[in-house]
Design a protein. Structure first.
Length: 48
């Protein structure tokens, strides 16, 4: 019983860790994209 609980607890923790890290990765990727676009737009504005 304790083993079952330990196993399910660790899978939940792993799932939580995994989903948390993918969300963080997605966020940093999105931030990088918006920053790149912002820099690009600013560069275009400076050319005018």
């Amino acid at each position: 019983m304790a083993l079952q609980w330990l196993y399910s607890g660790s899978t939940v923790a792993l799932q939580w860790l995994y989903s948390g890290s993918t969300v963080a990765l997605q966020r940093t990727k999105d931030e990088g994209m918006t920053n790149r676009k912002r820099t690009y737009d600013e560069g275009k504005a400076n050319l005018r």
